[in-house]
Design a protein. Sequence first.
Length: 166
Amino acid sequence: MTQISQNSSNLTHLDNQGQAQMVDVSHKTATVREAVAAASVRMLSETFATIQAGNAPKGDVLGTARLAGIMAAKQTSNLIPLCHPLPLHKVKVQIEPDSHLPGYQITALVKTKAETGVEMEALTAVSVAALTLYDMAKALEKSISIEAIRLVSKSGGKSGDYHQAE
């Protein structure tokens, strides 16, 4: 087996042989941690108007997408191989219309009290909410675009707070 170089020692998800590993967080203190992620979903004006009017063929596009995002946050450790299963204390998914896109801005806030952060849960929530919005509206338009999935902010933990630059 190949030994990992000294420069790679900061890669916490790799062991000394370069194999993927789940990081041991048992020595860390459980603290309140929060993360906010966002995504944009762009579509044709006609599609946007149909969803806004509540006339999509599959029904409640936004409500279904919101619920899918919440459910996805709770399943993150089953989807991301090295992600720790966490007790989530709050998951809030918001889907706001944006006529300038046209489309929707999706945000997810995830909160826990644990030994590791919830960035992946927030990112998973917005990703799955956006994918569900696409699925619910694809009969209206196939060219819907999911864009700019990103971490907006995080707080808590050893690495400190993060806020996306404007």
